[in-house]
Design a protein around this ligand. Structure first.
Ligand SMILES: Cc1cc2nc3c(=O)[nH]c(=O)nc-3n(C[C@H](O)[C@H](O)[C@H](O)COP(=O)(O)OP(=O)(O)OC[C@H]3O[C@@H](n4cnc5c(N)ncnc54)[C@H](O)[C@@H]3O)c2cc1C
Length: 418
């Protein structure tokens, strides 16, 4: 049993899961959680979905009441940690309080990237990261406004669907010529675009906004770099996230080249008493040349469990194959693995029918799976991704194929091949 004091900085998804894993793993000492927000740890994925359109706000707690109480966490809400002194194992809060730790877990997440001319908190200007942001946006959507969304990434598109469902008139402005092609095969990108247009959204692809003018109580005037003037009532900026790594950076801990607290496979930072997990961490995984950050719910949970195991000195859970989901209106899109430029995609089903599955493979080895309203089928294929052996991809699209039997047989054949 470990007995020292663990201080978790941040009180979000990974903080709660780490506290739970610490207690489940037998940590008997104090767990202090210092979070800037005034809420108990809550789930962010519904903020762009059900929170914006549901009749009532859904329950968002990361841990059910009983599990939270069992964690016996001393939660400091509204507590902004502004400095850490690793040599003293001490943290300083904005209110002047100092907290000593035996082990510290940085679970600070990230902040939305800002557009210089669109100040956070500005009249009719929205960013979306917190529950308070979502509540404010929900309130604005109730007036069925004309809303422009700058950024056609997963988050921006999720909100576009939610805003349409709320009766808003939606324009998405995306600087790339097509949607999400860094993450999805071209066919899925085209499907996303067609779906949004058919549901009534205006898309400006290959366009960017250079500035906005307000006229007192009146609408916002957006000027695109192509010279178009767009008049809207609300503006949402969704252009990505920056990891909250300032505490670690200023304390002299190693930071990954692209930002994020650098951690190893066990979520250990360059300081022996400090760990990091979730959106703020950039992890060097076995077999990878470069550390990577993954801004996903699954990653936050898994890294939290890995960090807790490392703090307890126990064996870490095996990290699962990366998995991500998004809800685009009534459509569920799931991804397994990560895309790469050299993958060849094969498809099963027809996106026009509302259900399809793609596998991106390298020489027959499945690397990236994408499921449109077919999450169960993708789950059945998971062992193919885990084993990373070549399978007969030319058979994948066949109409009469029993997918589960094919996956099983392909694995057996691959295992029998030396
Ligand atoms: C709107 C939205 C929708 C999403 N939808 C999906 C989805 O559909 N699928 C998916 O896989 N992922 C989704 N995600 C991503 C997922 O929610 C995040 O990856 C996850 O919340 C990261 O957890 P975290 O603990 O690292 O950070 P967070 O949950 O952001 O928690 C970090 C906390 O630390 C606090 N903090 C930061 N700095 C300090 C400090 N110095 N002192 C004290 N407290 C501090 C912050 O205020 C915050 O409360 C979504 C995210 C958002 C915002």
């Amino acid at each position: 049993m470990t007995t020292g004091r663990v201080v978790i900085v941040g009180a979000g998804q990974s903080a709660a899961v780490a506290a739970h894993a610490l207690r489940e793993g037998g940590h008997g000492g104090a767990i202090v959680m210092a979070g800037r927000e005034l809420h108990r740890p809550y789930e962010r994925p519904p903020l762009s979905k059900a929170v914006l359109v549901g009749a009532e706000e859904p329950r968002l707690d990361v841990l059910a009441e009983e599990a939270w109480l069992r964690c016996n966490v001393e939660l400091l809400s509204g507590a902004d940690v502004v400095r850490m002194e690793p040599a003293q194992r001490r943290l300083h809060l904005a209110n002047g309080q100092a907290i000593d730790y035996d082990q510290c877990l940085l679970a600070t997440g990230g902040e939305p990237r800002l557009l210089a001319w669109a100040p956070c908190g500005g009249e009719r200007i929205h960013y979306l990261r917190t529950l308070d942001d979502a509540r404010r946006l929900r309130l604005s959507l109730q007036a069925r406004p004309r809303i422009a969304i700058v950024g056609g990434g997963f988050l921006g598109l999720e909100v576009a669907h939610s805003a349409l469902a709320a009766g808003a008139s939606v324009t998405v402005i995306e600087s790339a010529p097509a949607l999400l092609t860094r993450f999805l095969p071209a066919e899925v990108s085209a499907w996303l675009e067609a779906t949004l247009r058919s549901e009534g959204a205006q898309l400006r692809l290959g366009a960017s906004v250079s500035c906005a003018e307000t006229t007192g109580e009146g609408p916002l005037l957006l000027l695109t770099q192509g010279g178009e003037r767009l008049e809207v009532d609300e503006l949402l900026v969704c252009i990505g996230m920056s990891p909250n790594d300032a505490l670690a950076r200023e304390a002299g801990l190693a930071i990954a080249p692209g930002g994020g607290v650098l951690v190893d496979a066990f979520c250990r930072t360059s300081d022996a008493h400090v760990y990091a997990c979730g959106d703020c961490a950039s992890q060097l995984r076995p077999g990878q040349q470069q550390p990577t950050r993954m801004e996903s719910w699954q990653n936050a949970n898994e890294q939290a469990r890995i960090a807790a195991a490392a703090m307890l000195g126990s064996a870490p859970p095996v990290p699962p194959y990366p998995w991500f989901w998004t809800e685009q209106g009534r459509h569920n899109l799931q991804m397994l693995g990560l895309p790469a430029a050299d993958l060849v995609y094969v498809r099963r089903g027809d996106p026009a029918s509302g259900k399809a599955l793609w596998i991106g493979h390298r020489g027959g080895v499945p690397v990236h799976g994408v499921a449109l309203n077919a999450g169960g089928e993708l789950r059945a294929l998971r062992p193919l991704f885990d084993r990373a052996r070549p399978v007969p991809m030319h058979e994948f699209g066949q109409d009469n194929l029993n997918l589960r039997a094919w996956a099983k047989q392909s694995l057996a054949d691959a295992a029998a091949t030396p």
